[in-house]
Design a protein around this ligand. Sequence first.
Ligand SMILES: [Zn+2]
Length: 333
Amino acid sequence: MPRRFRRHIILVAAVAGVVPLTAAHSRTLAAPATPGRRAVARRPEPRITARPAPRTTAPSAVIRFSIAGAGRVSCRLDARPARRCTVVSPPPPAVAVPILLYHEIAAPSPATPNPSLWVDPSEFSAELAWLAANGYTAVTLDQWWQAWHGGAPLPVRPVVISMDDGFDGWYWYAAPALEAHGWPGVMNLALSHLGTATRAPANPHDTPAVWKLQPWMVERLVAAGWELDSHTLTHTHLTQIGPAALAAEVGGSRAVLQQRFDVPVDVFCYPYGEYDPVVIAEVAASGYLAAVTTETGVASSARAPYRLPRITISRGDGVAGLRADLAALGLPH
Ligand SMILES: [Zn+2]
């Protein structure tokens, strides 16, 4: 990385309070970016008794950054170090929301290797009913993002109901249960889990017994207010593939979903919860605003938006399990 970019990143991170300045950082900051240009910041230096340095004739330069958690920062490269950087607008206030993570909502298929991921529709309905009775309201991650950036505030006890991979039970069972409360869901769709049927069958009972979500189901869920987010093309291990494949899985899947369903696709979901700095950089470069993991916690805009934790709900958890999960995180239960 060019030295001048490294200096900017260290400076902004220090201004944001993300990292403390170390001696090594200070050396980097003190070194001129280009010959003749003054340093961005420097430690007190020994008094120089030799000739004074000639005044710089370089034009003044102002750089501005926007950082989650720090707000908007403006730095004048030609100002005295102590006055160099100022916060010109503070960060928006933090907005926290628990994100529940489901997979399939249906009785487990006898062939499934992961029956714990199949939550019975009756259990799902009971969990939603308990949430509603206790003041929770389901929202989308787009609503969360808007609330963070000055849009409509979230309800008093917001919760996101997210579902990973792509299963037809989302349409047959999850959607009616959510609709009973007037709530949206969030689909994290891997395109390898998308079927080929573009039209609903005349008689729902004619539907073949397949688990894949079908394109006509996605269209109806979107029309019902569900959010569509990307879970890659093939649900592969992103930390183990090369740059071209990574770009296709991350940015390519976003383009396909946007084109096919004509909706924004602004949140990414890491398959297997696996990510590293390279994967996060690809997610950010692909235009996603945020990304969800499988780590446990309450998502908050005060944390890194590309590492939003969730709360996994498994088969058999039921209302008691959900309440225990919420209690463990200090949420109303
Ligand atoms: Zn998945």
